[in-house]
Design a protein around this ligand. Structure first.
Ligand SMILES: *Cc1c(COP(=O)(O)O)cnc(C)c1O
Length: 347
């Protein structure tokens, strides 16, 4: 097989969901938007549903309709983008719950799908999605007559526990929703870790399920091995890769691996990437190209069949740090060309 091999440990996903549920002590749903952060929404959602997860979140109605085909009737599927123009047939056909973001969306919902369940997003300071305090004050009465199933908001700085934005948003959320008696949701992964004040009735973890920070105690979910296509020996002074960006300083052995920036190995990592053979680091050399990475395997006792990019010695967050980004982006950038396999008893 010529492609990189991406293994997704579904038992680890389920263990992370159980661990976050135990921390939250309230119902935990699962955020499976963007194809479950690139790991395969179908297998991930099926495993979580089997483990008892009843509530799933997606970004757009199209994702929700695809997820409904996987999950069948029963689990609740909520849509963060709310009710966009033209969504009504999808929302109705797949039994999705839009989380309406504005008065416009609320009116669209009431007109197009009267009696169909929906939730409401409230903006508590992130200024991204949801009704603000003044809009909510004007709309709440009409909205509540329609019996929304959820009131939710999203924290902007939950990955920084001491950030003053966290208590600020919590206060505002309480001010806007206390006493209403509708199910509430504020916390994603970071919010669960902030403690019981932040969890309300339903949590919405995403990244923590997939082994990423800020859930430090997450079980690792992903391993990515890249096959070696060719190995060659270089004399000192020889160069490698586009732009001759690397030059051998000693007699060197280089392995060319099958994966590149088209697979989500950011080109910006070119001078900052290490692959692993067991416990031995093998630095990437030269520039990362579209389909290939070259690694220095001089220090290995034998020619490797493959090297590990994500695994026990390198987490998604460590890889992300080298590129100045976050684990979320590493996961969602992993390309469609990688051969994904879903392993574990939950698969
Ligand atoms: C993506 C997202 C989540 C999940 O966040 P994580 O940090 O991955 O746990 C929860 N709620 C909303 C509104 C989101 O957009």
């Amino acid at each position: 097989m010529g492609t990189g091999r991406l293994r997704v440990d579904l038992d680890a996903v389920v263990a992370n969901w159980r661990a976050l549920s135990a921390l939250a002590r309230v119902e935990c749903g699962a955020v499976v938007k963007a194809d479950a952060y690139g790991l395969g929404a179908g297998p991930v959602a099926r495993a979580l549903a089997t483990a008892g997860c009843r509530t799933f979140f997606v970004a757009v109605a199209e994702e929700g309709a695809a997820l409904r085909r996987v999950l069948g009737e029963g689990p609740e599927i909520l849509v963060f983008s709310g009710h966009m123009a033209g969504d009504a047939p999808l929302l109705e056909g797949a039994g999705l719950v839009p989380l309406v973001n504005s008065l416009d969306q609320l009116m669209r919902q009431i007109e197009a799908l009267p009696g169909h369940p929906f939730g409401i997003q409230i903006d508590t300071g992130m200024n991204r999605l949801g009704m603000e305090l003044s809009e909510w004050a004007a709309v709440a009465e009409i909205a509540l007559e329609q019996n929304p199933v959820l009131l939710m908001s999203h924290l902007a700085c939950a990955d920084e526990p001491d950030h003053p934005m966290n208590p600020y948003q919590l206060d505002l959320f309480r001010q806007m929703t206390d006493g209403i008696g509708v199910r509430r949701s504020l916390a994603a992964t970071g919010g669960i870790l902030l403690g019981p004040d932040y969890v309300f009735d339903l949590c919405r973890p995403g990244i923590g399920l997939y082994g990423g920070l800020p859930f430090e105690h997450a079980h690792p979910v992903v391993t990515l091995d890249l096959p070696v296509i060719q190995v060659r020996d270089l004399a000192p002074g020889e160069v490698a890769g586009y732009g001759n960006a690397w030059q051998a300083e000693r007699p060197s052995r280089l392995a060319t691996l099958s994966a590149g920036y088209a697979d989500g190995i950011f080109r910006a990592l070119s001078h900052n990437l290490v692959l692993w053979h067991g416990d031995t680091p093998c630095p990437a050399v030269g520039r990362i190209s579209m389909d290939l990475v070259i690694a220095d395997v001089t220090d290995l006792p034998e020619e490797p069949d493959s090297l590990t990019l994500i695994g026990p010695r390198q987490t998604i967050d460590q890889l992300a740090a080298g590129a100045g980004t976050i684990g979320y982006e590493v996961l969602t950038a992993l390309g469609a060309r990688l051969a994904r396999s879903h392993v574990g008893a939950s698969a």
